[in-house]
Design a protein around this ligand. Sequence first.
Ligand SMILES: *[C@@H]1O[C@H](CO)[C@@H](O)[C@H](O)[C@H]1NC(C)=O
Ligand SMILES: *[C@@H]1O[C@H](CO)[C@@H](O)[C@H](O)[C@H]1NC(C)=O
Ligand SMILES: *[C@@H]1O[C@H](CO)[C@@H](O)[C@H](O)[C@H]1NC(C)=O
Ligand SMILES: *[C@@H]1O[C@H](CO)[C@@H](O)[C@H](O)[C@H]1NC(C)=O
Ligand SMILES: *[C@@H]1O[C@H](CO)[C@@H](O)[C@H](O)[C@H]1NC(C)=O
Length: 433
Amino acid sequence: MNSILPALLGLTLMLSRGQALICQSGTYETVRETSEPPLEWTVGAEFCMDGWGCQDSLMLVENGPQVLLILTKGCTPKEDHEARVTQHRKGPGLSVVSYTRVCRHQNFCNDLTTSLPVWSLPTSAVPGSVRCPVCFGEEDCESAVEVTCPFGHNHCYNGTLQIRGDGIFTDLKVQGCMSQRACNLLNETREIGALSVNEKCDSVARLICDMGIMLQMKEDLAQNPLPWDTFLNVTCDLNEVCQETLLLIDVGPKSLMVGSKGCSKTETQNSTTISIHLAPPGVLVASYAHFCSSNGCNRATSSSVLLNSLPRPAVPAPGDLQCPACVHFRGSCSNSVNVTCPRGTTHCYNNDLNLQGGGVSAVFSIQGCVAQPSSSLLKHTKNIGQFIVSENGAVSVHCLAWVVGLGLSLTFWCGIISPLTPFTHDFSPLLTP
Ligand SMILES: *[C@@H]1O[C@H](CO)[C@@H](O)[C@H](O)[C@H]1NC(C)=O
Ligand SMILES: *[C@@H]1O[C@H](CO)[C@@H](O)[C@H](O)[C@H]1NC(C)=O
Ligand SMILES: *[C@@H]1O[C@H](CO)[C@@H](O)[C@H](O)[C@H]1NC(C)=O
Ligand SMILES: *[C@@H]1O[C@H](CO)[C@@H](O)[C@H](O)[C@H]1NC(C)=O
Ligand SMILES: *[C@@H]1O[C@H](CO)[C@@H](O)[C@H](O)[C@H]1NC(C)=O
């Protein structure tokens, strides 16, 4: 580079009266060891058309022990922008980072001469359990070495990157570790400065999952398992996994079970989560969420996958409080009958629960006895498996108790409990496997 610059500067002087710029120009493609020091390169020069600027476009794909670097410099019609470093896909495992810049303030202003701005030392990631072949290759990946993937990066990527640009025409086979089972190494990126990028993965098969919705409202759904069959198979998108989600709300005399099976875009791959959002005495709210990544893996056949994990409290002694108890579609709880609440409950809950996602869209009215004054049954949980749930904002907490025989004033009893007291009993950690 040092030998080129004086000559280029001479040119600059000659041409400085014109409008057109001279830019650094060139392309560079290489695969290196991640542990090597940042790379430097020498450049050529290019006379631009009137009005065009100078650009730097550098793309780096890190892949375990190796890193792929692709650089193009030259003239561009694009608008000026400051140097920009973008992390398209985070590592560890396969990661993609780029540096782009467009400038016009002087000749040769696209003066990136080293990979330093995007070069990072190999990270010491916690190893996981999955091993994947890792390679960059022109024709095939026969030279792939197998490495233990970083924790959480349990999917072997196997695809071809197509990179096109000024002087760049590259189809490169890539194998490595990814956090997602998807053909999406580029994380939707299609353009990196003057480079256009694309990927193809023949060998990522789409998952086939069971699909269907279940909705039941009747007595004792917390005790009696429901069959959970679906009669449809669905082929998911490339970046989707299978899911099955169950939500149970039991207000005592009545209960609601909503279930959904299908595909999910979640980043979670294999996981089963059982949560008790609200435990007895009073209203019980519990859920089961399973994400998995093999064909037909969301095939639980009954709600016992949730019921078997529920506490089995002894039948509680009746308390002194009476509340309306109802669970139904919104609008159907207005004439609900009072029940005697179990001992230990202190408040009547009455709110709407909006449930969306996994093919379900419904608003339920829920009334029942609870042990804490709160407008939230779900402690402000927003995601339950594939469902997105929300409750109405604050609702008035009715203190309907009359304290038999003690002569305590009801208003006094309610007055000492702040309706804003958050729930303090969290049973879910005890029950999550
Ligand atoms: C994918 O890109 C989005 C923004 O475009 C970013 O928020 C997300 O973290 C990226 N995903 C990964 C795995 O890097
Ligand atoms: C998830 O579980 C399925 C079936 O048990 C298995 O085939 C798949 O490899 C697992 N995926 C991960 C990321 O552990
Ligand atoms: C990667 O995909 C190619 C087809 O594109 C296939 O021939 C090869 O066996 C796959 N390799 C692995 C390790 O899955
Ligand atoms: C769904 O796919 C499984 C195999 O993955 C098959 O056993 C089952 O019969 C299919 N069900 C329907 C309704 O096609
Ligand atoms: C339920 O009990 C409360 C408190 O005693 C009372 O105000 C309300 O009228 C009762 N509702 C019905 C439908 O009986």
